[in-house]
Design a protein around this ligand. Structure first.
Ligand SMILES: NC(=O)c1ccc[n+]([C@@H]2O[C@H](COP(=O)([O-])OP(=O)(O)OC[C@H]3O[C@@H](n4cnc5c(N)ncnc54)[C@H](O)[C@@H]3O)[C@@H](O)[C@H]2O)c1
Length: 492
């Protein structure tokens, strides 16, 4: 029994369609068709022995995980029999299991057991990774609950690490942080090799053959993470009574009082025009922060019509579907193709009506009287009737050299915001390193090593560009290939 809250996903799965891209999942579902059922109704899970919680746990800007979906699952739990085990697959901060235990107990569900069973798969090879895990981690409050969960994996050949719930949660976060540390470490060694005339490939090989260290994730590269839009991209905001469109750069300057040193501004009274993938509706949602970072490299210009497109870093995520109105998924700009459909928000202009209030949306003007993408002009002239979601296919993907700040907004509800040309973009991808750093700081501990790793990783991108410039001169117009380890550190 698989339960989701998004009707279109459940309908697609019932029809045998997979609403996201993951190589081996369609065949897996097909093989097990007779054993699977899909539902929106939480009551349908009542008879299940194991209840796996696999909801998304995105980060809030502070780095903490947003556990709202986990709590919804707990609240919606139907009366279940004694012996039912709630198994946490989602990535959660250390201490969540104890809180969930308390939540279950206070709902009179003391008879529901709890286990933590974090997942280590990578997107794109999910089935393969799941079937051939390096290890399986099971944390429980009672040994018999760990036995029951571990028993589910009997047919897989992998060592099972049994531990308490807090340790299981920590293993997941610490494994990701350790991986990032290795990546950043070898990148630092590569920089030093460059300065001293050593060859980092040979050095990595020599290090990796040491059995205490191993060969994995010792390939120097550009680091992990990071995704943002250039400062000229627009966004619709509401501050108190004031609604307007502005650019990300202007908004950042306004909120940071022009402080040149700031990279993050937390916001308390700012609503941003965004789009909810769950309801497919646009609206204002509270933003918790606006961020910026220095970026030197190529931006991808994404166009969905004859309008000015939006320029983002290649790893900035978009909400996409394979057809207009289809099931959405999140895909990086660098992975977009002209087969992808993007939701965008447009405004319907009707000249016969007097409009009392300007409505901020974004984009370029279209023909009078018809469907128009709202612009600053439209908003200022208040000639907007209502706002609708439409879909358009990607028509152009171009690369542009860029050197300067790139910006993003953190809108925790829908995890999106509406930008230039009405396009919907996703928030930046989460980073578990930040979650662990935040966890440490919440516990009064300053995790110096991890702070350094995050800093090294951020610096690495600038160093790589500087290095390329040293070797190639001006980079404009030159194509540079970058091999990168297939790791999305921090997502999942
Ligand atoms: N994707 C990965 O590679 C990966 C790897 C390891 C761990 N994880 C962790 O697994 C969790 C899920 O990640 P994902 O990438 O599958 O996220 P996802 O956003 O792709 O899927 C989450 C699903 O949960 C559904 N959902 C939301 N609220 C719900 C509710 N109240 N009841 C039922 N369903 C609900 C959503 O509609 C969505 O279909 C996260 O905690 C993530 O950190 C992911």
């Amino acid at each position: 029994m698989i339960r989701d809250v998004v009707e279109s996903k459940v309908d697609a799965l019932k029809r045998g369609e997979v609403p996201f891209h993951e190589d081996e999942v369609p065949a897996l579902l097909e093989r097990n068709r007779d054993r699977l059922s899909f539902t929106l109704d939480p009551a349908d899970v009542a008879g299940c022995e194991f209840l796996f919680v696999c909801v998304d746990t995105p980060p809030t800007h502070s780095g903490d995980a947003d556990l709202s979906r986990v709590w919804t699952v707990i609240e919606e739990l139907p009366p279940v029999e004694a012996g039912t085990i709630l198994v946490m697959k989602s990535t959660v901060p250390v201490g969540t299991g104890e809180k969930v235990r308390y939540g279950l107990d206070s709902r009179g569900l003391e008879h529901v057991a709890y286990a933590s069973n974090p997942e280590f798969l990578a997107e794109g090879s999910a089935v393969r990774d799941f079937m051939h895990p390096d290890r399986i981690v099971v944390g429980a409050f009672e040994p018999e609950d760990a036995d029951a969960v571990a028993g589910l994996y009997d047919s897989l050949e992998a060592e099972i690490v049994r531990c308490d719930v807090n340790s299981a949660e920590m293993i997941k976060l610490a494994a990701n942080a350790f991986l990032m540390t290795r990546i950043s470490f070898i990148n630092e060694i590569a920089n030093l090799c460059e300065a001293t005339g050593a060859d980092v490939v040979e050095v990595a090989k020599g290090i990796g053959l040491d059995r205490r260290l191993g060969p994995h994730f010792l390939r120097a590269g550009i680091g992990y993470g990071g995704s943002c839009l250039r400062g000229e991209e627009t966004v619709g905001i509401r501050e108190g009574e004031d609604m307007r469109t502005t650019t990300l750069a202007r908004l950042f300057d306004h909120l940071s009082d022009g402080d040149p040193g700031r990279e993050v501004v937390q916001t308390t009274d700012l609503d941003v025009f965004a789009w909810s993938p769950e309801t497919c509706d646009p609206g204002f949602f509270p933003a918790v922060a606006i961020t910026r970072r220095w970026f030197e490299g190529e931006l991808i210009g994404v166009k969905h019509g004859f309008y000015r497109g939006v320029r983002v870093t290649p790893d900035h995520p978009f909400v996409v579907a394979s057809e207009a109105g289809g099931q959405t998924e999140v895909r990086l700009a660098s992975d977009l193709t002209e087969d992808d459909w993007l939701p965008f928000v447009q405004t319907w202009r009707n000249k016969r009506v007097q409009y009392p209030k300007p409505v901020p949306a974004l984009g370029a003007p279209a023909a009078e009287g018809g469907v128009a993408l709202a612009t600053v002009d439209v908003i200022e002239s208040a000639a907007v009737d209502w706002i609708v979601t439409d879909w358009a296919q990607v028509v152009e993907l171009k690369r542009f050299p860029h050197q300067g700040w790139v910006y993003s907004l953190e809108v925790p509800g829908p995890h999106t915001f509406v930008t230039t040309a009405g396009l919907v973009v996703h928030n930046c991808f989460p980073k578990d390193s930040l979650a662990l750093k935040q966890l440490a700081s919440n516990s009064g501990y300053h995790f110096q090593l991890l702070t350094a790793v995050i800093e090294v990783n951020d610096l690495q991108k600038r160093r790589v560009v500087a290095k390329l410039k040293r070797h190639l001169g001006v980079l404009r117009g030159k194509k540079v290939g970058a091999a990168r380890a297939r790791v999305q550190a921090g997502h999942g």
